[in-house]
Write a protein that binds this ligand. Sequence first.
Ligand code: GLN
Length: 527
Amino acid sequence: MSTAINQIYDTILILDFGSQYSHLITRRVRELGVYCELQACTYKIDDLPYKPKGIILSGGPYSVYDDVSPHMDKKVWELGVPVLGICYGLQEIAWDLGGEVAPCESREYGHADIKIVAENKLFKGLGDDMKVWMSHGDQLKKIPEGFRVIAKTGTAPFAGIDNEEKNIYGIQFHPEVTHTPKGKELLRNFVIDICGAEANWTMSSFIDREITRIRNLVGPTAQVIGAVSGGVDSTVASKIMTLAIGDRYHAVLVDNGVMRLNECETVKEVLNEKLNINLTVTPTADLFLSKLKGVTDPEKKRKIIGNTFVEIFESEAKRIDEEQVKLGRGKIEYLLQGTLYPDVIESISFKGPSATIKTHHNVGGLKEDMKLKLIEPLRELFKDEVRHLGEIMNIDSDLVWRHPFPGPGIAIRILGEVTPEQVRIARQADYIYIEEIKKAGLYRKISQAFAALLPVKSVGVMGDSRTYEQVIVLRAVETTDFMTADWFEMPYDVIKKISSRIINEVKGVNRVVYDVSSKPPATIEWE
Ligand code: GLN
């Protein structure tokens, strides 16, 4: 058995009470160089395979005194490690240890100024007052015995409390959001000084340990297969596998006919030639396009592409397995998946008393009949950590910073039927668009950009004659989490250049428009 990451690195445990900010606490602690993990607030402490260096209790939408509200396992107190409660977490500490919590006269939401009223370890070095972000409707009315007040505001007499002897701290505000400017320093005081966690969570130490872990897990003969798309996650995961087990890792690129212009060739060149990844490309574009014939419904397109992909990938896995066995090599026993930590958080975070908490498994939607064991080298990592890994492993920065690209590819950027001719138009337009925003130095400022082909025709005039051709819409958004997004304010001269190039160079298009809708209510993709 290989050792789990939480047994190798000093780990901070974050218990999630359902706050929208819980994943941000995780991000901040990681940014301090300390490994941390999130679990639902109802997690049983006896199930912990490691002893955390400290515990952070998140905020949450409930009121501790309500019957239906979630409470944590009391064994948290038996671990004897430092505890920091944030908002609901503070209220949970008070509720649990004999304090009192009640509704405030008015809900407090937004900026507040707190005063530090006693010298203490949590606010050490942060000054006598601090700007913070509040979001609560309940307040402490009485603090538990053994505790003292360390911070207050005009309206919250118990904005911060501690029990120094037992190393328990609670704050009413949110240090994890950027609206609390010194929040990260406060978290550093807790994680590094109070918990004594070692700041050794770096991506270069991660690579070495992950390689060892994978070697131990897979053993000396078994083999691994994985699908690659040319995106950063599957490429980084594949590179790690290759470093760990060499050509016993088999990457498969299924050409579904709806990747971007030249993408298949580029992926082949980068993965195979530059990164030395053992790659097989399956040239199945015609099969996909024939199945998509006559289909206009976006959901149907997605299903057809998804199912065909699984079919082809499975038969490819079988073929490679048989071939390897004939060569006297081990069987393919593992399937590589590029699952990231946000997917894991999504599946384990606290969803409320009535919602069942999903298990860790199957995050990536593995087909059950494949009978392969999962291997997920990135499941503890956030996207920016994966990008950082990519940079350390010398993966081209074009690939490391590539915008997200949907599984069904250009098929859902061609509204209406996906024909070879429509694919040609959408691909060429998209290529020109991306090329120009890269030239203008805007690619990294934009979170996602693409061209979509609309199934409408409009009248135009070219060389004195009437044209009746299609419309390309340009989409570019800025976002941090893809849950909400603003449309990008593209400079006019750049749009001008793109528009004139597309109309001149892409046969079949006589009009280009720019999408000025934010998400919500629009989505980022058009289908
Ligand atoms: N529901 C609690 C309150 O309103 C906690 C809020 C929070 O954790 N942000 O006070």
